[in-house]
Design a protein around this ligand. Structure first.
Ligand code: TXA
Ligand code: MG
Length: 341
């Protein structure tokens, strides 16, 4: 299949992309979190095409993307808690709601609930509006790879497998949306942390709990509330080891290992010079977890492209604000290997 790539999508190209979606095709598009691989959420055939293009197990449900928070009423049972959560929309938040019949079972992996999100990226918004349909979209990576945060990542993973790719620059957040399950009037369980943080939810008056899968490796056979959280996502080919300790201890540990063969280092700005000839990639300023999050998937992909790297050492950031989501993705990439230094 020839994939059309629009580097600077015009209104006409967005209309064409919407037409592809309306007729059952696949279009990758930018969002503020990561790139999505979109298809009509009202078509079983289109959902099957998504699973095939990604090489993804079809028991892993898809998020439906809407132009406006109030559109959710057409596809799901909306509660007062949802209305309260919609203050974070458009933005990096996905809400799990009981689904209405119009959404086919294969979109939700057979679940009786549906995940709803209203992205803020202008290209995503324009595409959903023009398609005049809910757009089902997982992250646009091949299954098992880090999510795509640039159009180059999408071209690498999806060229020849889908109809069209829309560019929208680098993703702002760089990590996937926060997924919450609302219950009662003012309670939410966070199934996947992201750009709408626990602190933001609490400040808005919610009582917040974290699903176990957010911070712990589940035992074999244990099923997380967000089925996708069970997969060994975001894992590069090399073994990632996270270093937990004071800035000095982490730096010293890295320095002690800089002569090791086949090793690479993820470091804060300014630290690459200390490591001399060793392969190091910078992740932004220390204590700027937004920047670390923004760059993480790009850096993991970059290191994956290098020949002969079998170990990656990376600092573990603080677990507050966006740091909770960042630690969650790092822990998954590292298969939960943390070294206290
Ligand atoms: O930021 C994002 O959310 C991106 C962009 C493209 O919107 N999308 C994304 O989709 O990350 P995906 O498919 O890679 O991850 C969706 C996650 C999976 O872990 C899936 O199991 C969970 O959402 N999920 C979807 N529907 C669900 C449901 N009804 N109940 C619980 N979890 C659900
Ligand atoms: Mg994904």
């Amino acid at each position: 299949m020839k994939t059309i790539i629009c580097y600077s999508p015009s209104e006409k190209e967005i209309k064409d992309a919407a037409e592809i979606i309306r007729s059952g095709g696949l279009v990758a598009f930018p969002t503020e979190t990561v790139y999505g691989l979109g298809a009509s959420a009202l078509s079983e055939d289109a959902a099957h095409k998504i699973y095939k293009a990604k090489g993804r197990p079809s028991d892993n449900p898809l998020i439906i993307h809407l132009a406006y928070p109030e559109d959710a009423e057409r596809y799901a049972e909306v509660s007062p808690a949802y209305r309260m959560l919609s203050r974070f929309m458009p933005g990096p938040l996905t809400v799990i709601l009981p689904k209405k019949e119009i959404i086919p079972d294969c979109v939700t992996g057979g679940l009786s609930t549906v995940a709803v999100r209203v992205p803020s990226h202008p290209v995503a918004h324009a595409l959903i509006k023009a398609a005049d349909l809910p757009i089902a979209a997982p992250s646009a990576n091949r299954s098992g790879k880090p999510s795509c945060t640039t159009v180059e990542h999408v071209i690498h993973d999806m060229s020849g497998r889908i109809d069209m790719i829309l560019n929208g620059g680098e993703s702002d957040f760089g990590l996937e949306s926060t997924i919450v399950l609302p219950y009662g009037d003012k309670s939410v369980k966070v199934l996947r942390p992201g750009g709408v943080t626990v602190e933001m939810l609490e400040k808005a008056g919610f009582e917040v709990t974290l699903d176990k899968a957010v911070s712990e490796k589940l035992a074999d056979g244990e099923v997380p509330l967000a089925p996708g959280m069970k997969y060994r996502h975001y894992a590069p080919e090399a073994t990632v080891v996270l270093l937990d300790g004071s800035p000095e201890a982490v730096r010293d540990y890295m320095l002690e290992h800089k002569e090791m063969d086949n090793i690479a280092f993820i470091v804060y700005d300014g630290e690459e010079e200390l490591l001399g000839e060793a392969l190091s990639v910078t992740i932004g300023q220390r204590d700027n977890s937004e920047e670390y999050a923004h760059k993480l998937f790009s850096v993991l992909r970059e290191l994956d492209e290098k020949e002969g790297i079998d170990t990656i050492l990376a600092p573990l950031p603080a677990k507050d604000h966006i740091g909770l989501a960042l630690c969650n993705r790092l822990m998954k990439a590292a298969g939960y290997t943390v070294l206290s230094v």
